[in-house]
Structures are given as C-alpha cells and as structure tokens.
Design a protein around this ligand. Structure first.
Ligand code: DAH
Length: 342
C-alpha cells in the first residue's frame, strides 16, 4: 500500500499539462469525486494496524501535494491564456481621456506678478500668517486706537503667554520682517494669505491673498515708485495709463491709491469701472520714516516705497468674475476654465 502512495506521488510530481483539457484530466484523476486517492483511503481498513499511522500521514501528504500541483498547473495555464489575450489587445484603440488639472486662477495671477517683478530684480519673501502685534500693526505705525485693530477687522488668537497674536490682516507685516533682517538695498515682493473678520459677500472674503512690494535704498523717490507701478500695469494689464489719487495708510507718507485706465469699450468695462473707465488696482506710498526707524534703518540715509494689492480682486477683474466667492468654492467646473502661462 505504501508503495502505491509513493507511486502516485511520483506521478503527481512528474505530471505536466499543456492545455485546459489535460488539466481537467489531472483534476479528475487526483481531486475529482472518484479520484484514486479516495480509493486508497477506502483501503485504509486493510492496512495492518502498526502501519496505519504512517499510511494515514502519507495519504494526507499526497492529497495536499495533488492540490498544490493542481494550483500551480492552473496558474501556468492561466498565464498562457492571459498572454494570448494580450496578443489580441488592440493597441491602436484610443485611450481613455485623462483629465488634466488647471492652476487656480489666483495662483496664475500670483505667479505672473512674481515673474513681472523678478524681471526687474525683486526677490520673493514670506512671513508667518499668525503674526504678532508688532509686525502687523505697531511697527507699521498704526496708532494704538486705530480702527484696523478692532475686533471687527482682526482675528485675534488666544495664546497662553498673554502676548497679543492675530492672523495677519495684510502682507505689509512681511515688510517689517524683511527690513529687520536685511539692510538696504531691498527690493522684494511678498505674496501671501491674509485674514479679515469681515462679512463674506460677492466683494469680500475673510481669507484672501495679497502681494506686497517694498523697495528701499539711498535716494529712492516717488518718481521711482511711479515708474515701477507703471511698468507693472503695462506688463500685467497691458495698459499704459495710470493715475494716483492721494490716500492714507499709517505706514506710508505720502500715500496713494493707483488706478489703471481700463477704457470704456464694452458694456463690461462700464460695469467694472462704474462708468469711469478707471480701475483701482493697489495702494502705495513712500515708506514712513517712522517705519524705517522701527526696523533700524536710518531714514536720513535711506528712503523707500511700498505697495500692496489684493489678488482675488485682480483675478476677478482680469477674468471678468463677478463674485469672488467662486475662488474659494473649489467647484471644478469653475476652476477648469482658467489656463495661464504659469
Ligand atoms: N496693507 C494695505 C492693505 O492691506 C495695502 C497697502 C497699501 C500696502 C499701501 C502697502 C502700501 O505697502 O504702501 O490694504
């Protein structure tokens, strides 16, 4: 009997199949409902008692061996089958379309602005979004009782140290950080996120983006500022006519609001410029000597100018978007319409 088991084991070992039919024959012989291993199990009762244990073990091994052999033969045949299917694959069939992502319109506008200023020697600088009172307000010459410090405008942050911290309300805070860490000549722009505690509407968000610009050196004048802003207006908007209206910011003196002449050619131009043809694009001014002093820069030796603009506003103007909330909603149907060079 044990010889018979050894014989079958050898047969299983040596078995080879080349197609599904031969595999089926193997299955019927060794694993089917009337397989030959079962016959041996049936003969168990005739085995002398002292051999029963070994015989049983051998039989179980044989059964396992047959199953494993079957599995491996099946895998081989399966692979052969799969390679046939691969041969039948039609590689000329057009593929499934791949959805290519698009840059966010605010990123397109930011990258373009960065590129324009980099061309004339500006570096990029960044600062923290959670800012202390000094960098966001005090160093920038905001009087203690200035309304911009009010709870309505600023998201204050509780911190255990009792130090007054807030989400920065503008990227002008980066000006201070740059001037504290670097001596003139300074030419830098600071793009980043800012936060204001405002009611959200088609024209205002509580989180938006700004780009701040700063130029400090010996003998920097208002005329230099005008030139740089004019260059920007031409490169970015393709418009050459700008005007400056007197304005007020605590950190610049004198200060101005910059408008670019957009024109009144279409109905949209009328709407966007409220019938004036002029579009406000940024605030600017000569850095207040107090601010320079706060950053350890001598205002008798150095002067500078600064400017700041809101990116959502500019992106809305450029793309004719009438509600800036779209920029934050992440609706793919909205976002995929913008194709920029950057
Ligand atoms: N920080 C101002 C704001 O948030 C924008 C601004 C105006 C920045 C004039 C400047 C500037 O650097 O000179 O509205």
């Amino acid at each position: 009997m044990l010889d018979k088991v050894a014989e079958y084991s050898q047969e299983v070992e040596a078995y080879n199949v080349s197609n599904v039919e031969e595999l089926e024959q193997f299955r019927i012989r060794f694993l089917g409902s009337k397989n030959i291993i079962k016959d041996l199990f049936a003969a168990f009762k005739d085995v002398p008692n002292e051999q029963k244990k070994e015989f049983g073990q051998r039989l179980n091994e044989l059964k396992k061996q047959a199953q494993e052999k079957f599995d491996s033969l099946q895998a081989t045949i399966g692979q052969a089958k799969a390679s046939v299917t691969a041969e039948q694959l039609d590689l000329t069939r057009p593929g499934y379309p791949i959805e290519v992502g698009a840059r966010h319109p605010v990123s397109i506008v930011r990258n373009e602005i960065i590129e324009i200023f980099e061309r004339i020697g500006f570096t990029i600088s960044e600062g923290p979004e959670i800012e202390d009172d000094w960098h966001n307000f005090s160093a920038l010459n905001f009087p203690e009782e200035h309304p911009a410090r009010d709870m309505q405008d600023t998201f204050f942050i509780d911190n255990k140290q009792g130090e007054s911290m807030a989400l920065r309300t503008h990227t002008s805070s980066v000006q201070v950080r740059v001037m504290e860490g670097q001596k003139p000549p300074i030419r830098t722009i600071s793009p980043g996120r800012v936060y204001r505690n405002e009611a959200i509407s088609a024209r205002s968000l509580s989180m938006f983006h700004q780009v701040e610009g700063l130029y400090v050196d010996k003998g920097v004048s208002f005329a230099d500022m005008k030139q740089v802003i004019q260059y920007f207006a031409k490169e970015f908007f393709g418009k050459t006519k700008i005007r400056m209206r007197p304005s007020y910011f605590p950190f610049t003196e004198p200060s101005a609001e910059v408008d670019v002449y957009w024109g009144l050619e279409t109905e949209a131009d009328y709407r966007m410029t409220k019938g004036t043809g002029w579009l406000e694009i940024m605030g600017c001014g000569m850095v207040d000597p107090e601010v320079l002093k706060n950053c350890d820069i001598d205002p008798n030796t150095y002067s500078g100018f600064a400017f700041g603009m809101g990116l959502e506003r500019i992106a809305a103007q450029r793309y004719g978007v009438d509600d800036i909330r779209y920029f934050l909603e992440n609706d793919i149907r909205f976002l995929k319409q913008f194709k920029g060079a950057f």
